[in-house]
Design a protein around this ligand. Structure first.
Ligand SMILES: [Zn+2]
Length: 197
């Protein structure tokens, strides 16, 4: 099948293009000239460098934010938990980095922590979420890196390590955002989510 060439001036290629996404990023159908691109880049830098004024940003009321690990084997299980078990299809924001809650609290990953709390703050302001879901998973390379091989050497030790991580995560969320309901769990290789923490 011959592929039709993308034409930014064709109305067909502009259908469905939204001017602004839910996190305030500009999306444009047409390629930008260098000057225009630089202008937008500077505007974007200014937006993020300045104290966040989100009063005019796209916003709404949503149920939750989900924190997951980046491990590709568990993407569908996490989605199934949010959509099938919680019935929150298209009703949650998503933050992923290695280790899920491990990335937010492990001392070895300290450089990542603030990024998570900043993103949580933004989704609270933009999306008015009421629930925060953190799903760690078994056989997590990041958990092993952060806490050492011994900490995850057996399923029992692995469970205890994640129980501590998720409890610490809950406590940290509670200090910052006591109004949030926190749901924490550990995904098994089968995809089953065990509530933990
Ligand atoms: Zn992982």
């Amino acid at each position: 099948m011959a592929l039709r060439r993308y034409d930014p001036d064709s109305p067909r290629d502009q259908i469905g293009q939204l001017p602004v996404c839910g996190c305030g990023t500009l999306l444009r159908a047409k390629p930008l000239g260098r000057r225009r691109f630089l202008g937008l880049s500077l505007a974007t830098v200014a937006l993020w460098a300045a104290p966040l004024d989100l009063a005019n940003a796209a916003s709404g009321h949503y149920e939750a934010m989900l924190l997951t690990c980046i491990d590709p084997r568990f993407v569908t299980a996490a989605r199934n938990y949010m959509v099938d078990a919680k019935h929150w299809k298209d009703n949650y924001s998503l933050f992923s980095f290695a280790g899920a809650a491990v990335g937010a609290v492990a001392p070895k990953l300290e450089g990542w922590h603030q990024t998570f709390w900043d993103n949580l703050g933004i989704t609270l302001q933009l999306h008015n979420i009421k629930n925060l879901v953190a799903l760690d998973h078994r056989d997590c390379g990041a958990a092993e890196l952060a806490y050492g091989k011994e900490a995850v050497a057996t399923p029992k030790l692995e469970t205890e390590t994640h129980r501590k991580v998720l409890a610490e995560f809950r406590a940290e969320v509670g200090k910052r955002h006591p109004q949030l309901r926190v749901i924490t769990g550990l995904i098994a290789k089968s995809g089953k989510v065990e509530m933990l923490g």
